[in-house]
Write a protein that binds this ligand. Structure first.
Ligand code: 5AD
Ligand code: SF4
Length: 349
């Protein structure tokens, strides 16, 4: 086996075996990494030119009933500052985003039972009645089939639910009491209902091996999500994994590039976590095939409270000046801000 051949095979066929992916991760060096990124960038250009899609992120609630070992919002973190946005506050965020030209609003939050199906349906309908052409993406964790269905019928278009890790043992070790199969089932339900579903994983989870990452890459290839969120693990001081190192920029970028080659049409964000570990993180993510950025629209007063990990980057304020700055950076990296909805070309509701 040879690293260069594997990259060229990925580029030409959008496929590789488990063994080839493992060989690639184990043996990639500076030169071959450069080729991988070049090929990933070419692939993204084939379908998306140099467009970068903007999604306005609204962080609904920092309450969470789960206890993921890595996350600052985990139930057992007594130091977490909890908040919930009201419908009026959510609508204000959405209007702010609309003024900035965003056509997708992402409603994200911890698993908070306060946001019942009825409450979510009310929120989704309120947003859709004011902005019928805009897309709504939900990211509210694991819920029942019925709950996903009700929110879809109310007008939600997409749902992000990272699979977090495709290795059962690693998954269950960082999600105590949470069956691996349950998450897989949620992802399947989302797809069956008709959502553009987003999967994704963290790179550099303590104890994660290249074999685990190959499982993630193989799962993504097989599940074919419309979106895929990939970011480095970053420690949060008030969690059981708080003393570990963060995942590397380099490895995250390699995984982004491989996912772009495996799924040429996937919508792939250059994540906030990537910007948080390195000032060049976002640009590196775009160069490796990323084509989505999710600027934060949450009210300034709650931003610091939505603390999944330490030193989170608070990119893009609501004011227009800041938007000019982010556009300038995107342009400098050789890309262009795209204001259309940015559905995955394979999905049309
Ligand atoms: N480091 C990196 N990513 C994290 N997430 C949660 N906590 C962390 C952390 N400490 C990610 C998870 C989740 C998404 C919303 O944020 O992958 O799915
Ligand atoms: Fe809750 Fe999500 Fe954090 Fe897990 S990762 S504790 S589900 S907010």
């Amino acid at each position: 086996m040879d690293v260069i051949n594997i990259i060229e095979k990925l580029y030409k066929t959008n496929d590789a075996s488990k063994e080839e992916l493992l060989y690639l991760l184990d043996n990639i060096d500076e030169n071959s990494k450069e080729l991988l990124i070049k090929r990933a960038n070419e692939t993204r250009k084939k379908y998306y030119k140099n467009k970068v899609y903007m999604r306005g992120l609204i962080e609904l609630t920092s309450f969470c009933k789960k206890d993921c070992l890595y996350c600052g919002l985990r139930r057992h973190n007594k130091n977490a500052d909890r908040y919930r946005l009201t419908l009026d506050e959510i609508l204000e965020c959405v209007r702010k985003g609309d003024k900035l030209g965003y056509k997708t609003f992402v409603l994200q939050g911890g698993e908070d039972e306060y946001f019942t199906d009825n409450k979510m349906v009310e929120i989704i309908k309120a947003i859709k009645s004011e902005f019928p052409k805009n897309a709504i993406t939900l990211s509210l964790g694991e819920r029942s089939y019925d709950s996903y269905k009700k929110m879809y019928d109310a007008g939600a278009d997409r749902y992000l639910l990272r699979h977090e890790s495709a290795s059962k043992e690693l998954y269950e070790s960082i999600h105590p009491g949470e069956p691996f199969e349950k998450r897989r089932n949620c992802l399947k339900n989302l797809k069956d209902i008709g959502y553009q579903a987003g999967a994704g994983f963290m790179v550099g989870i303590p104890g994660q091996t290249n074999e685990d990452l190959v499982n993630d890459l193989m799962f993504v290839k097989e599940f074919e999500p419309a979106m895929c969120g990939i970011g480095p693990f970053i420690p949060h001081k008030d969690t059981p994994l708080g003393n570990h190192e963060h995942g590397s920029l380099e490895k995250t970028v390699i995984c982004l590039a491989i996912v772009r080659l495996l799924l040429p049409k996937v919508l792939l964000p250059a994540t906030t976590a990537l910007s948080s570990i390195d000032p060049k993180g976002r640009e590196e993510g775009l160069k490796a095939g990323g084509n989505v950025i999710m600027p934060n629209l949450s009210p300034m007063s709650v931003r610091k409270k939505y603390s999944l990990y330490d030193n989170k980057a608070y990119i893009l304020d609501e004011d227009a000046e800041y938007r000019t700055m982010i556009e300038k950076k995107i342009n400098e990296a050789g890309y262009e801000v795209e204001v259309s909805r940015g559905d995955n070309p394979e999905f049309r509701k």
